[in-house]
Write a protein that binds this ligand. Structure first.
Ligand code: MG
Length: 135
């Protein structure tokens, strides 16, 4: 597989494929011989750690501060963007290591969510659906 140049990856979501982003992550890991570190357990932990870093940016902000900073604060927006990228990059690496088709996984999960939360029943409202009692 030919290397993907990070500079050549289109910057817009409409033009970049998951495969291109997965290749970027695969190359990054391979070029550094970090495959030995990118094991599923380590990657799952890394996703959680990066998600916590994303959450930390919002810690103690009021809803009004959150809305303002998300809309008007370029430094804050950049920090959020970087943590979101960290989460996604570890997910891409986990998909590479476990050979999981991300698009298929999302489509399958969305299909189950649509069935679980019919729009006519959950429109503007949420409650965890009752699960049958376990035996
Ligand atoms: Mg981070």
């Amino acid at each position: 597989m030919a290397d993907t140049n990070p500079e050549q990856v289109q910057s817009h979501d409409d033009h970049t494929t998951l495969a291109q982003l997965r290749d970027l992550m695969r190359q990054f890991v391979t070029q550094r011989a970090w495959d030995k570190f990118h094991q599923p357990k380590n990657l799952a932990a890394s996703v959680s750690i990066e998600a916590a870093e994303l959450l930390e940016l919002f810690q103690w902000l009021t809803p009004e501060e959150t809305a303002r900073r998300c809309k008007e604060d370029p430094t804050f927006r950049q920090a959020v963007q970087e943590e979101m990228a960290d989460v996604l990059m570890y997910l891409f690496s986990m998909a590479n290591v476990m050979d999981i088709d991300i698009a298929r996984a999302v489509a399958d999960k969305m299909r189950r969510n649509v069935a679980k939360y019919p729009a006519d029943k959950y429109y503007g409202w949420y409650e965890r659906p009752q699960s049958p009692p376990s035996v």
